[in-house]
Design a protein around this ligand. Structure first.
Ligand SMILES: NC(=O)c1ccc[n+]([C@@H]2O[C@H](COP(=O)([O-])OP(=O)(O)OC[C@H]3O[C@@H](n4cnc5c(N)ncnc54)[C@H](OP(=O)(O)O)[C@@H]3O)[C@@H](O)[C@H]2O)c1
Length: 307
């Protein structure tokens, strides 16, 4: 079995070693070295040239959860299955990140930090938890893991997705008709939507203005879901109390971008969930084994939906 591995800026040799241990029969080449017809191409943000030089035979594995960059490659073969990473150790990291941001907002830690700078001893009235809803915008693998992590804290939880869900303790909203009531309850709005033509710019003035006064936005999905100027406007007007942003339209975030120094914005450099080699390789290797055995695999991307 021939495998092509392409992963710029990552530890390709470590991936190759882990893959070789999991699939000892495989011949593994690292791009730009490439067999013309590998059985499987394992890629992350591949250059267009890859698919003109290489004709993968059985499947393409996307070495991340989001497939927006891969689906945008003009030379991507139309007929091959695309399989993405699902969780692979990312859900736990996302749950940590969102729990931290949610508790920080609920316990008003930014306000206490400001008070400390002025040496002001000023206990604040405890916020009523029953009125502090957390809205999970996108309720797939990551959104559901975040809901499980938040459940013990007792915040009202709601989800918004394309299709309705039935999960204990989470009020499900679905589709554009449900967007307004979903946004109205979200004192913390957590976005784990994929980047698709439908979701691009979804966090703009039209949606952000429907969040409750003093809401906090957490974006751990993709930067192009946010209309940056609209978010800054909503923060400056005081309608939003804060934003915790891990992903941006341009990465690295340009040094002159207003997010860097905005007093209500927390910036992290796309680290809410990093790809873990052992978990990811185990998932890819298991997928390859299943395909080789004629079985179905999880994580197959629906190209029409875009995720
Ligand atoms: N920051 C990072 O480091 C990082 C790491 C991993 C992933 N991500 C991002 O997180 C995204 C989500 O990952 P995941 O594994 O949770 O994906 P997933 O399991 O496919 O879940 C996607 C969710 O979004 C919903 N959705 C998609 N389009 C929608 C639309 N137009 N309207 C309403 N809901 C819509 C889906 O609804 P249905 O359930 O009805 O299909 C689903 O609930 C990835 O696409 C990736 O971009 C970021």
């Amino acid at each position: 079995m021939k495998i092509l591995l392409q992963m710029p800026g990552r530890d390709a040799e470590s991936w190759r070693a882990a893959l070789a241990a999991a699939l000892p029969e495989a011949e593994i080449a690292i791009w730009p070295v490439a067999p013309a017809d590998p059985d499987y191409a394992l890629v992350w943000r591949p250059p267009a040239e890859l698919f003109t030089r290489v004709r993968a035979v059985k499947a393409i594995f996307n070495l991340g959860a989001g497939v927006d960059a891969l689906l945008a490659v003009p030379t991507l073969p139309r007929d091959l299955p695309i399989i993405r990473l699902t969780d692979a150790g990312m859900a736990e990291q996302m749950a940590e990140y969102v729990t931290l941001a949610t508790l920080r907002a609920y316990r008003e830690m930014d306000a206490y930090a400001a008070q400390q700078r002025d040496a002001r001893w000023l206990p604040r009235t405890r916020l009523a938890k029953a009125g502090f809803g957390v809205g999970l915008m996108g309720f797939g693998v990551l959104g559901q893991a975040i809901a499980r992590a938040l459940a013990p804290f007792g915040f009202p939880l709601a989800s918004w997705s394309r299709t309705r869900k039935s999960i204990d303790g989470v009020t499900s909203f679905a589709g554009t008709v449900d967007l307004r009531p979903f946004l109205k309850m979200a004192h913390v709005l957590v976005c784990t939507l994929p980047s698709t033509p439908e979701t691009n710019g979804i966090l703009g003035r039209h949606t952000l203005s429907q969040l409750p006064q003093g809401a906090h936005v957490v974006n751990i999905a993709r930067g192009d879901l946010v209309v940056d100027a609209d978010l800054i406007e909503c923060l400056d007007s005081g309608h939003l109390a804060g934003a915790t942003l891990d992903v941006f339209r341009a990465e690295p975030l340009p040094v002159d971008h207003a997010f860097w120094h905005h007093p209500r914005v927390t910036v992290t450099p796309h680290v809410s969930a990093v790809t873990l080699i052992s978990e990811s390789v185990a998932q890819v290797a298991a997928g390859i084994r299943r395909i080789e055995n004629g079985q179905t695999v999880t994580g197959v991307v629906d190209r029409r939906r875009g995720y």
